[in-house]
Design a protein around this ligand. Structure first.
Ligand SMILES: Cc1cc2nc3c(=O)[nH]c(=O)nc-3n(C[C@H](O)[C@H](O)[C@H](O)COP(=O)(O)OP(=O)(O)OC[C@H]3O[C@@H](n4cnc5c(N)ncnc54)[C@H](O)[C@@H]3O)c2cc1C
Length: 227
């Protein structure tokens, strides 16, 4: 069994850049620009302020992601995306399990919708051992069922959400900003925040000018119809 708290979210392909967005917007005037200038900065600022989201859909990102199932479930909620995930019917699960580092064990205080998370000061060695033992028990049952001839699609029901899964994720810039506003935010689960920080690095790398403007404009959800 491999245990880790590492998560992979690698930009493997993309289409478009800063000028792609302004050229999509300028199609209304049948104008195409090759280079970024101050006029482009003003245009993007105005697109953001006035809620013109569609030009941002012309830049797309493809990520290769390897994260625990409990984080993947949150990513999959972002419906304006495309996903292709490894199958637990066609391939046996990998014995790769998520285990928090010592400072990632936390406790939850407060009320629903306004919980706070604080570092847990309990017996971390004990908790660590409990989680490892639980994982090992699940893997043992899984492997035994497979050895006895049970189909992978049935045996997988014992696999816990700490097991890793991998998928390709394609998302456009408009919906990527929506993801960042919701998931690279203090109210999001810490583990998806970790992943979202890698997504944000990709945004900055592919569209550095738009990334700066979007931050200056207060990081709005370009995908939200009511903002
Ligand atoms: C902190 C946090 C806690 C959460 N807790 C829960 C929870 O307890 N339970 C739970 O089930 N989910 C929970 N979620 C998931 C959340 O409700 C959203 O499903 C998820 O964040 C995806 O956001 P989205 O719908 O904006 O994204 P997408 O599905 O990618 O949609 C992007 C945008 O497209 C538009 N859109 C998409 N589909 C429709 C539609 N059918 N009709 C109209 N407009 C549409 C909306 O403007 C939407 O913002 C939580 C999310 C966060 C960030």
């Amino acid at each position: 069994m491999e245990v880790t708290n590492e998560m992979t979210c690698e930009l493997v392909d993309h289409m478009g850049s800063d000028v792609t967005v302004v050229n999509a917007a300028r199609r209304s005037m049948r104008v195409t620009k090759e280079e970024w200038s101050n006029a482009e900065t003003g245009l993007v600022r105005s697109l953001i302020k006035n809620g013109h989201g569609s030009p941002f859909e012309f830049v797309t990102f493809m990520f290769d992601v390897d994260i625990p199932i409990f984080v993947a479930r949150e990513v999959f909620r972002h419906r304006n995306s495309s996903f292709n995930e490894e199958s637990a019917r066609y391939k046996a699960r990998r014995n790769k399990m998520w285990l928090p580092s010592s400072d990632e064990w936390r406790t939850q205080v407060g009320n629903a919708m306004s919980y706070e998370y604080k570092e847990w000061d309990g017996d971390k060695a004990f908790a660590d051992t409990m989680l490892r033992n639980g994982y090992e028990d699940c893997i043992r049952v899984y492997n035994t069922l497979l050895e006895r001839g049970v189909a992978r699609e049935i045996a997988r029901t014992i696999i816990p959400v700490g097991n890793y899964t991998s998928f390709l994720w394609k998302v456009d810039l408009r919906n990527l900003t929506n993801f960042l506003v919701l998931r690279n935010a203090p109210q999001a689960q810490y583990e998806i925040q970790k992943m979202a920080k890698k997504v944000e690095e990709a945004f900055q790398e592919v569209c550095p000018n738009i990334y700066s403007i979007w931050n200056e404009e207060g990081r709005p959800r370009l995908a939200a119809a009511d903002e």
